[in-house]
Design a protein around this ligand. Structure first.
Ligand SMILES: *[C@@H]1O[C@H](CO)[C@@H](O)[C@H](O)[C@H]1NC(C)=O
Ligand SMILES: *[C@@H]1O[C@H](CO)[C@@H](O)[C@H](O)[C@H]1NC(C)=O
Ligand SMILES: *[C@@H]1O[C@H](CO)[C@@H](O)[C@H](O)[C@H]1NC(C)=O
Ligand SMILES: *[C@@H]1O[C@H](CO)[C@@H](O)[C@H](O)[C@H]1NC(C)=O
Ligand SMILES: *[C@@H]1O[C@H](CO)[C@@H](O)[C@H](O)[C@H]1NC(C)=O
Length: 391
């Protein structure tokens, strides 16, 4: 009685083991290809595998010899695109990307940093110690070995506007000739400014810097060119802190973004509002791999993954992060140490702003009114249903 049952069990067991083995093997192949970044080339057979990995790693963009070229079409076009970019860069790679930084009176930025100890309400900590390392904070050292030493920075989210300013000073297409500039950056530390007055101050006090700023801006020759529509600023607080809709003293925040001049500008903030001229960029969580290492292993142990340098055009690393179960965040402390073409939150934000301003220029050239849609309220930004973007 026992024996047949055992045999039956064993047969079943072997079947299960065999199926599991095949299944695991398939999974392993799939997973490995996903982790090593060859998803773009899933049509490449396993025998070409080594080739594709080394192609990717060496960044030489050479095609594996024994692969049918049409099956790796996307690779080839990347290849051509890079040639194109290189040809253009011989002319002027900055064309259409020049940015002019306004030299604001120090009350709008530098003085806020110098008086950092006065900003301590609602920021959880005294922000002063976080101003080191281009405002990314000090390097995190940990004896538990959870994080890699010298790879993570202790970054304060409210310093986004300062971090952005530091990065912008190193942006490679800066110009002092504003007539050449595609965008005008206004380095006003709006968040630090308003956080001094958010609690227990009259609305007139909360609004004062905003009035002073726009008064200064409209008198500059740069304003006249596009009436501020090529201007942008960055805030390390949520956009709602600048969107007080009434002058009722009990309402929250300043009304900076409702001033008519400010309304003509775009703002990047750590959380956008539902108006079209506010844009969200990621919280400045910061990771910087100091040396070669197994990035995937680190990702798997992380909640937030910053996109490290040295990746492909398609930002494969973002998919790696998601695969490894962590949330991708895009910032990089030192633009000069980045390898080649990697884009981080700063680059993407700048690109987004330049595109937006270019759209406004096109609308103006076509004789249409650029104010239509520019600063409209848009509830779809919160519901995500059927939002098709601006035209
Ligand atoms: C490459 O593959 C495509 C279809 O995948 C086929 O039509 C073509 O003939 C192949 N080319 C060569 C050179 O084998
Ligand atoms: C990181 O630094 C701390 C303090 O200096 C040290 O105790 C620890 O061993 C280091 N960890 C690693 C992984 O190097
Ligand atoms: C712009 O002018 C400032 C001061 O005159 C100078 O330090 C800076 O290098 C100039 N920047 C560019 C991009 O020419
Ligand atoms: C201001 O807001 C408070 C609380 O919402 C409300 O009770 C008050 O009536 C408002 N005052 C005015 C003048 O609207
Ligand atoms: C904002 O831009 C519109 C044109 O789009 C212009 O009519 C208006 O005067 C500008 N506002 C200010 C304060 O410059």
């Amino acid at each position: 009685m026992e024996k047949p049952v055992t045999r039956y069990c064993c047969n079943q067991l072997w079947l299960v083991i065999l199926v599991s083995f095949v299944f695991c093997f398939v999974l392993f192949c799939f997973d490995y290809s996903a982790l090593t970044g060859t998803q773009e080339r899933v049509s490449v057979s396993v025998s070409n595998y080594e080739d594709s990995i080394s192609t990717h790693k060496s960044k030489s963009l050479q095609l594996p010899e024994n692969v049918n070229e049409t099956s790796i079409g996307p690779m080839k076009s990347d290849y051509l695109r890079e040639d194109n970019v290189q040809q253009k860069s011989v002319k002027d790679s900055c064309l259409g990307r020049y940015i002019f930084i306004h030299r604001l009176p120090s009350q709008f930025n530098q003085e806020l940093i110098e008086n950092c100890e006065s900003i301590n309400r609602g920021t959880e900590h005294n922000i002063c110690p976080y101003l080191v390392n281009s405002a990314l904070g000090h390097e995190v050292e940990n004896s538990q070995g959870i994080l890699l030493n010298k790879s993570w920075y202790s970054t304060n989210q409210f310093l986004l506007e300062v971090i952005f300013h530091f990065r912008m000073k190193k942006y490679k297409c800066l110009t002092n000739d504003s007539s050449l500039a595609s965008a005008i950056y206004v380095p006003f530390y709006a968040g630090l400014d308003v956080s001094r007055y958010l609690w227990g101050f009259k609305t007139s006090v909360r609004d004062q810097s905003g009035y002073d700023l726009v008064k200064w801006l409209v008198e500059k020759p740069e304003w006249k060119k596009m009436l501020g529509r090529d201007h942008f600023l960055v805030a390390g607080r949520i956009a709602w802190d600048f969107r007080r809709q009434t002058d009722n003293e009990s309402d929250w925040g300043s009304k900076l973004r409702f001033l008519p001049e400010s309304n003509n500008m775009s703002m990047l903030a750590i959380e956008s509002s539902s108006w079209n001229n506010d844009y969200a960029i990621p919280y400045p969580t910061c990771f910087h791999p100091s040396k070669d290492m197994n990035v995937m292993r680190l990702f798997q142990n992380s909640v937030f993954c910053l996109q490290p340098p040295g990746d492909s055009y398609t930002r494969r690393s973002m998919f790696d992060s998601i695969l490894a179960g962590c949330i991708p965040v895009f910032f990089h402390p030192d633009p000069s140490s980045r390898m080649g073409t990697t884009e981080d939150a700063f680059d993407l934000a700048v690109k987004g702003i330049l595109d937006r301003i270019e759209r406004v220029r096109r609308i103006t050239r076509e004789g249409r009114d650029p104010s239509i849609g520019f600063a409209d309220g848009d509830d779809y930004k919160y519901t995500f249903s059927g939002y098709v973007g601006e035209t």
